[in-house]
Unconditional design. Sequence first.
Length: 356
Amino acid sequence: MRKRLQQLRKSMEEKKWEAFLISHPINRRYLTGFTGSAGWVLVTPDRQYLISDFRYGVQGREEAPDFEFVQYDRNPFATVREKCEEQGIRSVAFEQDDMTVALYRKLEEILEGIKPLPASGIVEKLRQVKDEEEIRIMKQAAKIADHAFKDILKEIRPGRREKEISMELEFLMRKQGATSSSFDTIVASGPRSALPHGVAGERILQKGDLITMDFGALYQGYCSDITRTVMLGQPSAKQREIYEIVLEAQQKGVAAIQPGMTGREVDAVARDLITDRGYGEYFGHSTGHGLGMEVHEPPHLSVKGETRLEPGMVVTVEPGIYLPELGGVRIEDDVLVTENGYEVLTHSPKELIIID
């Protein structure tokens, strides 16, 4: 936590900020270790505060020992003003992407003579590069998802509902130590597999279905995110064709990852292959995204992704093809950028699994 504070203060110094108010729950946890549901973090050049209410007095002091815990009674902004006044601070940056207009007006009103400065993406930029402990946790989150995939294959058969498979996946991950799933689990079968975000519904699995499962484990505050598409019954020629194209695009996308590559360049590797095979119009989402304490975070592997990859970043690689009425295929792995290239964190098999 102290290294993260040092990095944050360096950013503050570069921007000539006197103080920074953090409200985003994930950013708050990243900087402090505090897992409570309510609180604000105020960082000045010399001091750092965790501001919360009566419920979190003990927990806040235990989980965030490097921070001064300050309990507020009526409004946290009054405490922010008090601490700024004590140190002669006349302006404070705040996370504009995490604040409503109404809340901003309240902040502006209570701060009185202290000027609020809108800021964006400051802590998120620090979060992009993971340290050794974060990587260890994310490897375990990926391992939990891999085990769940292996076990769920035993449950897939005609007559089961998508929702049943989804609930079973979450149970399997929780059984292995996950806090929950990283996001609403996608189980999309048959024609519904052409929906990139087809959250599990009431549809009954049938022979001839492509079944796409996109899921992940939330473990100790970090996410995994894996997608596998399986076949229930023997595939048609078209189903096998699009599966093999997606698999090749995904493998080449993974193999392209190395420090210095931009997200746009990695995206192009997978996208160009699918386009060259005649299915470019059926691949409409990005090739991947950053992964960490949130399931979608920078950097982005997309046509607009200009961030250069660095060792310690974790990204997904997940191209897909989605054909209306027939169905779709997506294959996704979590990939760590290393000094010399990459390391794949998810290890579930990717060859077409046919369940007869």
